[in-house]
Write a protein that binds this ligand. Structure first.
Ligand SMILES: Nc1ncnc2c1ncn2[C@@H]1O[C@H](COP(=O)(O)OP(=O)(O)O)[C@@H](O)[C@H]1O
Ligand SMILES: [Mg+2]
Length: 378
């Protein structure tokens, strides 16, 4: 029998989605095949301290951080291990990292950068796709350049917003222009966000101002988006590296006016329909666009692509909404549920993701990182 792989599952982190990550990671760790893997739980506190060991999930949940468990993942590419901060502790060799981190520092390319330096295979997207996947603005610009339909939008920086507010006439003029272009309702979002944190729907000028003020608390860049009315929210799961596959589509029926934080996480609130009741050609189109975006952003391993569909008579308008590179991973989350419905059970999904991580790493390792080394620089 081949030797068990050491899988470090990393969760928590300095993110507004810290708690969501704990729930996702608990589920991932429960389903990883014990016969094939040694699971090493690695928790990152809200302050950014790393702890490793079998109790780290519980300790993180209770906010108890014993110094003895503090650990670091060194960027030294020859090390490939988690090192205890206290001298004398044992280092844990790592074969694959499974980052089950949502939002900032986990889903945005930051930890992926560390793992690249450390030369450790990891599950999911690399630096570029993670960063673009997290940045709604960069994502829209890339997709628009490739003629992928997205809801009309504009953006401004937090600084510009403060400048606008300083002059009554400039402020009014700007607001009128925005209203003329996008109409109400509008969605206001921090460019870097997830789980609907900092996102609001504005039905009038007063709400628009409030919504921008709120979004500005979460990011330096703010997006204002045309609201797609009576939109059907549809999601698909993508799995693979160079030849990705796309799952059946699922529909979200948010319990609130839109799919906000509570509608997402308060149990039993929102409903899902799998497969989404769509004509076959619409399903196919959605799957095609998901695959196109996955490739465009240079994704690897997994991503969930979200859409807003508007029906106009018999014509379906398919808006690409956003890509999530580390989607929710609880057993009732859309990403694994869509695969389950498409014939890939949760446990097998984890096996595939680990295999894809190893394949991508192997492929990258074959790339040349040296050039003209014959000593000319000495
Ligand atoms: N342009 C839009 N038109 C209609 N609904 C939208 C629009 N943008 C966002 N929403 C609603 O807000 C939710 C959260 O927005 P989204 O861009 O997906 O952010 P997050 O990354 O936080 O999930 C969506 O699931 C949807 O319910
Ligand atoms: Mg979303």
């Amino acid at each position: 029998m081949s030797k068990k792989l050491n899988i470090a599952v990393i969760f928590g982190g300095r993110s507004g989605e810290h708690e969501v990550s704990l729930v996702s990671a608990e589920s991932v760790m429960k389903h990883l095949d014990q016969e094939k893997y040694n699971v090493i739980p690695v928790g990152i506190t809200k302050d950014g301290a790393w702890i490793a060991g079998k109790n780290s999930l519980k300790l993180l949940k209770n906010n108890e951080i014993p110094k003895a468990l503090k650990t670091i993942l060194t960027p030294d590419a020859t090390n490939k291990a988690l090192m205890p901060i206290d001298q004398g502790g044992l280092a844990s060799k790592i074969d694959v990292v499974f980052p089950v981190l949502h939002g900032t520092y986990g889903e945005d390319g930051a930890i992926q950068g560390l793992l690249e330096l450390a030369n450790i295979p990891y599950v999911g997207c690399g630096i570029l796709s993670s960063a673009v996947g997290m940045d709604k603005l960069a994502q829209k610009i890339m997709c628009s350049a490739e003629k992928i339909l997205v809801p009309d939008w504009l953006w401004l920086s937090r600084k510009e917003w403060h400048w606008f507010k300083q002059s009554k006439s400039v402020f009014k003029k700007w607001l009128t222009e925005v209203e003329k272009r996008l109409n109400y309702p509008m969605f206001v979002k921090p460019a870097n966000s997830g789980s609907s944190v900092g996102i609001s729907k504005a039905h009038n000028r007063q709400e628009l101002i409030k919504a921008i003020n709120l979004a500005a608390r979460y990011d330096r860049r703010i997006i204002i988006e045309k609201g797609i009315e009576k939109a059907m929210e549809v999601e698909v799961s993508v799995l693979g590296n160079d030849k990705p596959e796309v799952s059946l589509p699922g529909q979200i029926l948010p319990s609130n006016e839109f799919y906000d934080y509570d509608a997402k996480y308060v149990a039993g609130k929102s409903k899902t329909i799998i497969p989404a009741p769509l004509p076959d050609e619409v399903t196919r189109k959605v799957q095609e666009i998901a695959m196109e975006v996955f490739k465009l952003l240079d994704c690897a391993g997994m991503a969930r692509a979200d859409f807003l569909l508007a029906k106009n008579g018999r014509h379906w308008q398919i808006y690409f909404s956003e890509l999530n590179t580390i989607p929710g991973f609880t057993s009732i989350s859309m990403y694994p549920k869509l695969w389950q419905a498409s014939g890939v059970p949760y446990k097998k999904l984890l096996d595939i993701l680990i295999r894809l991580a190893l394949e991508r790493h192997h492929e990258k390792s074959a790339l040349s990182t040296t050039y003209r080394t014959s000593g000319w620089y000495k």
